[in-house]
Design a protein around this ligand. Structure first.
Ligand code: CA
Length: 363
């Protein structure tokens, strides 16, 4: 204890910010790290996941890893979080990897792709199917090490002020949709914009866009979209289980002790489950509030529209996988894991859900 205390005092006495010191000098003792997020302040589920994982890491490290969390715009803009961490202006980000698709299309696979993997299937691929190793290889090109750190579960199709029944109805639609789902909408004839969460409401309210997806009932209720949009479409084909991520500057990561690295790895894995459970625990009641209290009209995308969207999704995801060498490796691994998941889920999850909906008495 005495030794550790003197190390801390020694570091403090230099008067320099920890992040400006060379790595070996700060490998021991207290670190103050900056975590920038892509989320509005205190946003339930997404924003609170970042706050909570920072708290867990601090507590588990007995205060040695002291992480300050910045909402989007507080230190850098939502979409600048990646560059900030890559370049060292911040130490960590919490966001969704599809926001970085301008760097490489391959990043989409580590958040969500249309008609891709569910949360449980993402875990299979990343933890056990070679996904993490490929992600490490991709992120290292940008001086970053990233982990899954939360999952939204299946999202909703979004809020629409125009009905989309036939395939043709998507033509001319002005919609906010991130990632490859946005590209699919573009091929359906829609005009697609990328907006961070904090800018969506005003755009929809002012008619700059006709439709937007965000997350699901719980988050969408908080944003109040029911006040300005008529129809709430399902299912969210574009984000069947969006993985959130914690990215760390690779130099910072490499300067941590093995124990500190393990704490981060364990905390992010725990947060991954914790957030998914939080979404699933809150979405059902939020949906009931939207429908019963706010008279939201739920509408399911037609099978005709979904089949067309499915075909375009396959095309768009394949093209993303052909964009460069590492994208190809990632695409092939992803598709192989998706095939395995479909083979098993057909007679496990899917079969069970179908069976549970049979008209028998229970509870
Ligand atoms: Ca979304």
């Amino acid at each position: 204890m005495k030794n550790r205390r003197s190390v801390l005092l020694g570091a403090a006495a230099t008067g320099a910010a920890a992040s400006t010191l060379p790595a070996p000098a700060i490998a021991q003792g207290r670190r103050r790290l900056k975590l920038v997020t892509t989320w509005p302040k205190n946003l339930p589920g997404l924003g609170t996941a970042a706050e909570n994982v920072a708290k867990w890491i601090k507590q588990a490290s007995e205060g040695d890893l002291d992480i300050k969390v910045y909402a989007a715009g507080e230190l850098v803009g939502a979409f600048d979080a990646f560059d900030a961490v890559s370049g060292g202006a911040a130490d960590m980000y919490h966001g969704a990897e599809y926001y970085w698709q301008g760097k490489s299309q391959a990043f989409n696979f580590f958040a969500a792709v249309p008609f891709g993997l569910t949360a449980s299937e993402m875990n299979s691929w990343i933890y056990w199917g070679g996904g993490q190793e490929l992600w490490d290889e991709l992120s290292a090109q940008f001086n970053i090490k990233a982990f899954m750190c939360g999952n939204s579960g299946v999202q909703m199709g979004g809020w629409f002020n125009k009905k989309v029944t036939d395939v043709e109805d998507f033509s001319g639609l002005k919609i906010r949709m991130p990632g490859l789902g946005g590209e699919v909408m573009r091929r359906m004839g829609a005009s697609v914009v990328a907006l961070p969460g904090g800018e969506i409401y005003t755009s929809l309210q002012q008619g700059v866009i006709d439709a937007t997806e965000w997350v699901g009932p719980w988050n969408d209720l908080v944003f109040g979209f029911y006040k300005i949009a008529k129809y709430y479409y399902w299912p969210g084909f574009h984000e069947p289980g969006t993985s959130l991520s914690l990215g760390i500057n690779l130099d910072v990561w490499n300067s941590l002790t093995k124990s500190q690295q393990t704490i981060i790895q364990m905390a992010t894995a725990a947060q991954n489950d914790f957030t998914l459970a939080e979404f699933n625990a809150n979405n059902g009641s939020a949906l009931a509030t939207l429908v019963n209290k706010h008279d939201v009209q739920l509408r399911r995308f037609t099978n005709e529209a979904l089949a067309k969207i499915g075909n375009l999704s396959g095309e768009v995801v394949r093209e993303a996988g052909e964009s460069d060498g590492i994208s190809r490796k990632i695409y092939e691994s992803f598709i192989s894991s998706r095939k395995d998941s479909i083979r098993w889920s057909r007679i496990s999850d899917e079969a069970y859900w179908e069976a549970r909906r049979l008209p028998f008495e229970y509870g």
